[in-house]
Ligand binder design. Structure first.
Ligand SMILES: [Fe+2]
Ligand SMILES: [Fe+2]
Length: 145
């Protein structure tokens, strides 16, 4: 289960609240995938459907968050804004590709191995982005008074 750690805190209330919400959705996805894992990918189709819906809400909220974060960066004239936008774009593409592969085209089976890989990816992608990129904007979006 993913937890919001203090070193992930940016200090901007909107951005931190968004990250917390994203962690909650990722944990929801992990919960449903844990049920799916019990059946080694042959769980009732409802399970895959709920996973797909959770992934869709993760993608939707991720896009909303990225737009909000990018707007804040522009307002604060963040120097590395363009590179950051590029990173966001790449992250959305990764999530959408997962959704297409496992839930739309179903070109790969959601078996135990795939679920383990998905879980690892989910645990990595947000935290890695926050720790590698988002933390760098702290001084820009939270200026000292
Ligand atoms: Fe972020
Ligand atoms: Fe970001």
């Amino acid at each position: 289960m993913l937890k919001f750690s203090e070193d992930m805190r940016i200090g901007h209330p909107v951005i931190d609240a968004d990250h917390l919400r994203l962690i909650k959705i990722i944990n929801q996805f992990a919960d449903v995938s844990a049920v799916h894992t019990l059946f080694d990918g042959s769980a009732p189709s409802d399970c895959a459907k709920i996973m797909h819906e959770t992934l869709r809400s993760l993608i939707a909220y991720t896009k909303e968050h990225f737009a909000r974060e990018e707007k804040i960066q522009r307002e604060c004239m963040y120097a590395y804004h363009e590179m950051h936008v590029h990173e966001h774009h790449a992250l959305v593409i990764q999530l959408e590709e997962i959704a297409r592969t496992y839930f739309v085209r179903k070109s790969k089976r959601l078996d135990g191995k795939a679920l383990a890989e998905l879980k690892e990816f989910m645990n990595f992608w947000l935290v890695n982005h926050v720790m590698k990129f988002d933390v760098n904007m702290r001084e820009w979006v939270c200026p000292k008074e």
